[in-house]
Structures are given as structure tokens and as C-alpha cells.
Design a protein around this ligand. Structure first.
Ligand SMILES: [Zn+2]
Length: 364
């Protein structure tokens, strides 16, 4: 079985993955910790585990933006939960490759923490950068319990491009000890549910999907760790805020015969921003289940163009899973729209603080 819980993380990501033969033999991966406030929900989720079960086979901190790392910083800071990790993937300053800037970085919170001898930092990469080497063949990483991971992003170039901007970006994310900034407050973006949309107000998906693609240029997003996860015949693509271009390039090199990449789940990069999901990328993938993580705060994600592209180019009757119902995604709940364009939209209930996708029927 596989359970994917996309925990509500305001505008960020916090994804809890469990896999195993049965409920008693589950393995765990945690991908990102969301915003600072997300820690409350993450802590609650961890506390649901018995103390002897509080182990993760892998923690992935995809990149240094605050909506992905702030909850993890708090988790490390407040660690009284007795959590252990077999491996932690994170690209710190020392992993960003050669550049003219010399000197030792001090006081960068996450790296200082990960330097502790009892922690395994990028163990699967022998302590080096978690990055795709385009000159070499893809090498899969096997986790305990049989999960297979194949890295699709970042490239070494994306990491070295970030290097000269690291201090500025780390400061923005509240990662530097000396410049610890207050985190942005989590904004509530509750929808106005009573409003009924008339047919005339419904978005024109065909027109939106045709909008020309303007790729994301954020250097931190480009440094995102993204990977294909395979377990018992199921394939999932977790992407952080990765570039569509890097993902597509990796898929093309992974499957050079032009065959599509079949997926059971695609976590849409960068919270459904239109700069991170292209027609070309969607056409190379065959997937029926798409996951979008955001409440729309600050950036009004997901963009209508991105969702329109998924509906139009994302295969037959795709299922869209949102981890919030917000004023920026409620439009997709419209039944006339779902009927007309043949897709299904799923949202958590008022009581839920995550959206869960489970795969029960598995290959042996
Ligand atoms: Zn993000």
C-alpha cells in the first residue's frame, strides 16, 4: 500500500508518504515541512505515530524557499518528538559547485544542524550534491522496504547558477542565524462559497490552455530536488518547485525512445504556477492523478492557465487533488465545468487538514 498525505502548508509543500506491505510494516518519506505554521500540523501527524515508529527512511528538503523549509527548521529546533531519519537530502551552500566566491559559510541554520555526526546528510550521494549529472546514466536509489527513487532535478548547472545568490536567498528564507527574519504570516484564503457561478463566468479552458508558456526563472525553484518514486508497480513524480524544462529534459533522457512516462501521481511543481507546467511536459506524461499543494496565499496559486493545461493535455478525465479549498481553486469544483471538460476535482472537507491519496491494489 501507498498513502500520500498532502498536509496543508499554506502556500507551501509538506508531503507525507507511507509505503509498505501492510499497516504494520510502513516505511516513511517526508518531503518538505511547509511554512513555519505548518509545524503545528506536522507535529500533530508525527504524534499520531507511536514513539517507536517515529522514523523516516528519507527526509527531502527540496530547496531553500521558506514555504518548504520553515516547518523543517522548526521541527529541528523543537525536536522533542524523538524522530530519526535514515537519510536527509538537502543541497546546502557547499553542494552548489565551483564558483569564484570563496570562504566558509557560517551560521546557516540547516547546514549547521545537518553537520552533526549522527545525521546522514545526502548519504545516498556519498555526502555530495543531490543533483543530476547529465553525462551519466540515471542511477536509481533503493530505500528500505523496496521504494525506488530516480532523481530528475536539479541539474548541477541549476545549483551552480544559484551559488552567487545563495546568501541573498538564504536570508530571504530566514536561514541565516544573524539575519533570522520573522516568517511571513500564514494567510487564510477562505473561499466565498455561496457565490454561484453562471455559465458565462466559467473559464474558457481551451483558450487558457493555449496561452504561450513563460518558464519560471526563480533560481531557488530551479534548484528543487524532484524525483520519480516507484513502489510495487506504482509510479509517482514529486517535484518541489522544479522547472518544467529540467523535468522534461530528464524524462527525455530517461526514456530516449520517446515513449511516455506513465505515472500514477504527479505532484504539480510550484503549487500550480503557469511557469512550471507546460503542454510539452504534460504531453510526455501519461497520468490520471494530479496533486496541487497551496492555499493561494501571496501568489494566488494555482494559476488558471496551469490547471487548464492539465485538463486539456493531462490525459483522459484527470483527477485533480487540491489540499485546500480556496478562492483561487474553487472554480474547478463547478460541476458544469467538470462535466463539459471531463475532469474530477477533489478537495478536503472542512475538518481535514490534508488531502490523502491511497493506492491499495499493488503488484506483488
Ligand atoms: Zn514553493
Amino acid at each position: 500500500m501507498i498513502n500520500i498525505e498532502c498536509i496543508q502548508a499554506a502556500q507551501g509543500d509538506c508531503i507525507w508518504v507511507e509505503y509498505g506491505k501492510d499497516q504494520d510494516s510502513l516505511h516513511r518519506i517526508l518531503i518538505d515541512g511547509g511554512t513555519s505554521d505548518t509545524y503545528k500540523r506536522l507535529k500533530k501527524r508525527i504524534k499520531k505515530l507511536k514513539p517507536n515508529e517515529r522514523h523516516f527512511d528519507l527526509l527531502v528538503i527540496t530547496h531553500i524557499d521558506a514555504d518548504h523549509i520553515a516547518g523543517i527548521l522548526k521541527l529541528f529546533e523543537k525536536d522533542g518528538l524523538g524522530i530519526t531519519f535514515s537519510d536527509i537530502w538537502f543541497n546546502g551552500y557547499k553542494h552548489l559547485g565551483k564558483s569564484r566566491i570563496k570562504g566558509v559559510v557560517q551560521g546557516e541554520l540547516l547546514s549547521d544542524y545537518l553537520e552533526q555526526p549522527h545525521l546522514n546528510w545526502n548519504k545516498a550521494f556519498k555526502g555530495k550534491a543531490v543533483s543530476v549529472d547529465k553525462r551519466k546514466k540515471f542511477k536509481s536509489i533503493k530505500l528500505p522496504g523496496g521504494m525506488k527513487l530516480t532523481l530528475f532535478s536539479p541539474t548541477q548547472k541549476a545549483l551552480s547558477d544559484l551559488k552567487p545568490h545563495w546568501f541573498k536567498e538564504a536570508k530571504k528564507a530566514g536561514l541565516l542565524v544573524d539575519n533570522k527574519l520573522p516568517y511571513k504570516k500564514d494567510l487564510d484564503t477562505c473561499p466565498s462559497r455561496s457565490k454561484r457561478l453562471s455559465r458565462r463566468m466559467l473559464p474558457d479552458i481551451d483558450a487558457l490552455a493555449k496561452t504561450s508558456f513563460e518558464p519560471d526563472s526563480s533560481l531557488t525553484n530551479g534548484s528543487s530536488i524532484a524525483f520519480l518514486a516507484e513502489y510495487a508497480g506504482k509510479k509517482m513524480l514529486f517535484t518541489g518547485d522544479a522547472y518544467a524544462t529540467i523535468l522534461l529534459d530528464s524524462i527525455q533522457r530517461y526514456l530516449p525512445e520517446c515513449e511516455p512516462l506513465y505515472l500514477d501521481l504527479f505532484k504539480i511543481p510550484h503549487h500550480g504556477s503557469d511557469g512550471n507546467i507546460s503542454k510539452k511536459l504534460l504531453e510526455r506524461i501519461r497520468c490520471s492523478t494530479y496533486l496541487v499543494s497551496t492555499n493561494g496565499a501571496y501568489h494566488k496559486h494555482p494559476d488558471k492557465i496551469a490547471i487548464a493545461r492539465i485538463i486539456k493535455y493531462g490525459g483522459h478525465k484527470p483527477d485533480l487533488y487540491f489540499n485546500y479549498l480556496s478562492k483561487y481553486n474553487e472554480i474547478w469544483s463547478n460541476t458544469a465545468l467538470q462535466e463539459k471538460y471531463q475532469y474530477n476535482a477533489h478537495y478536503p472537507t472542512d475538518e481535514q487538514t490534508s488531502i490523502k491519496i491511497s493506492f491499495k491494489k499493488m503488484q506483488q
